[in-house]
Design a binder for this molecule. Structure first.
Ligand code: BES
Ligand code: MN
Ligand code: ZN
Length: 503
């Protein structure tokens, strides 16, 4: 049996801030302005002079001759001494945080292309003058350096050994540490999601989570196994997990710093593989379903970052882990389940399993008396139809709760779009046999899932529901700081939310 330690784990590049780019194999600078009149805004002055002497012309002229584009994320590599310069377009002169993150990510991906089996030292000069800008540049660079680890008998060399952010800013070290923590946990979330479901399943996922929290101050982790789930009355998680030979787990992690006055509950969907169960998916629909624990990964990663950053807010994370499989012991369409807390649910479709495990977890979270509850899951194909692959859906108990979430996502650089929960869709969940049915009509599927879950949320808490089915897993090409495969989407928004709620 593989253990938690056989899950994927990518090496982290070393990170530092420095006043010069010396010693780097690849030097990254930003290219602003227009394609006809580009200007190089990074590169500490001495390095510019050296480069220009070597090239026999000023860098902007060389960039124009090479046809370098200033379009955001466009990259041009040119040789410099024994290494290279990568010029990355930043679109215009007015940079915002997310532009810096994206440009840094694109540039580091372009630098990695030059590695050719080596492990490169990269320096990144975006002309950053504030500690906050150093942080976002580092975030983009570290996130952009990620690549799906290969599972192979051969040893592999990481393309990026180290990233040095070149900046004259004072006091950047603290901000750099924040970026390092954030990128570290996003990397962990990505590794969990990218790990195939034969290696990562409820037992190994829970064990890996426990391992991550070992030694982190003010945190406690509890894992419920199938026996404890039965004793506790977790009828949803048990039903969904019942079709698999790999039993379900429920992980609760609490971060309780002294003096915190606000409690945030984070609830994540941890379906380690979603075959659809007896309502089995098509081959196309099933292939990427190892990603279906992306919500749980985001919750665990976010709580870890919040604790390591020492934010002044109590946070309780819940990860509902199960494998949804068809078998002789699988839950059936039309089964009636008794959920944690006693409400009954008619199973409309065994492929609507996420909301079932989430309902148990949400009901349990009410006992921790949260001021705000946020659930996050790769929940519905309908949300992807509505918003595509780079935007997540947001549904909330109030405009205020939605705005709190949108502000956090803006600071984090993740895109959410608010959808309503209509009365029509709520009524569609009427069941003739149970308290509620798990889904209704095909139309409005993202809203129906939200309406269903709202019935399990603490009634006095603010609530936001995040459907990350689209952006959690990138089946297309890498772009900006977003790699192919798992993206770690949602982690950064949850951390920014906790920071906003902290006292
Ligand atoms: N895990 C899927 C949703 C999903 C689809 C996530 C594609 C990421 C990419 C979820 O469990 C599911 O199957 N939802 C069904 C619900 C329906 C049966 C009510 C769906 O969206 O089709
Ligand atoms: Mn499903
Ligand atoms: Zn699912």
């Amino acid at each position: 049996m593989p253990t938690a330690t056989s899950l994927l784990s990518t090496p982290r590049p070393a990170l530092k801030v420095s006043r010069s780019a010396s010693g780097a194999d690849v030097v990254i600078a930003a290219l602003a302005g227009t394609d006809d009149e580009p200007s190089v805004i990074g590169l500490a002055p001495k390095a510019v002079k050296e480069a220009e002497t070597g090239l026999g012309a000023d860098l902007a002229t060389v960039a124009r001759r090479l046809g370098a584009s200033t379009k955001l994320g466009s990259t041009t590599a040119l040789p410099w001494g024994s290494g290279s310069i990568v010029l990355v377009g930043v679109g215009g002169e007015d940079l915002d945080d997310e532009t810096v993150r994206r440009a840094a990510g694109s540039a580091v991906r372009a630098a990695a292309e030059l590695a050719d089996g080596r492990s490169l030292k990269v320096s990144l000069d975006m002309g950053t003058t504030t500690p906050e800008r150093v942080r976002v540049a580092a975030e983009g660079a570290l996130l952009g350096a990620y690549r799906i680890p290969r599972i192979t008998g051969q040893p592999s060399t990481p393309a990026i050994a180290s990233i040095t952010v070149v900046s004259q800013a004072r006091g950047a070290k603290d901000e750099l540490r924040k970026a390092e923590i954030l990128a570290d946990v996003v990397t962990t979330a990505r590794d969990w999601v990218n790990t195939p479901a034969n290696l990562l399943y409820p037992q190994t996922f829970a064990a890996s989570a426990v391992e991550r929290f070992t030694g982190i101050a003010d945190t406690t982790v509890d894992v419920l196994d199938e026996k404890a789930l039965a004793d506790g009355g977790y009828g949803g998680i048990l039903a969904v997990g019942g079709g698999s030979v790999r039993p379900p787990r429920f992980v609760r992690v609490e971060y309780a710093p002294a003096g915190a006055t606000t409690t945030l509950a984070l609830v994540g969907k941890g379906i380690t593989f979603d075959s659809g169960g007896l309502d089995i998916k098509t081959q196309d629909g099933m292939y990427t379903m190892k990603c279906d624990m992306g919500g749980a990964a985001a919750v665990l990663a976010a709580v870890e970052a919040i604790a390591r950053l020492g934010l002044g807010v109590r946070v309780v994370g819940y990860a509902a882990m199960a494998e949804n499989m068809p078998s002789g012991s699988a839950w059936r369409p039309s089964d009636v389940l008794t959920m944690y807390g006693g409400r009954t649910v008619e199973n409309a479709n065994s492929d609507a399993e996420g909301r079932i495990v989430m309902a148990d977890a949400l009901a349990r979270s009410a006992e921790d008396r949260p001021d705000m509850v946020v659930d996050i899951s790769t929940l519905t194909g309908a949300c992807m139809v509505a918003l595509g692959n780079t935007w997540a859906g947001l549904m909330a108990s109030s405009t205020e709760a939605a705005d709190t979430l949108l502000d956090a996502s803006e600071a984090a650089g993740e895109n959410f779009w608010e959808l309503p929960i209509t009365d029509e869709v709520r009524e569609g969940l009427h069941s003739d046999i149970a308290d509620v049915k798990s889904s209704g009509a095909r139309q409005g599927g993202a809203m129906a899932a939200a309406a269903f879950l709202q019935g399990f949320v603490a009634p006095d808490a603010d609530w936001a529901h995040l459907d990350i089915a689209g952006p959690a897993f990138n089946e297309g090409k890498a772009h900006d700081y977003t790699p192919v495969g798992a993206t770690g989407f949602g982690v950064r928004t949850l951390v920014h939310l906790a920071a906003a709620l902290a006292s």
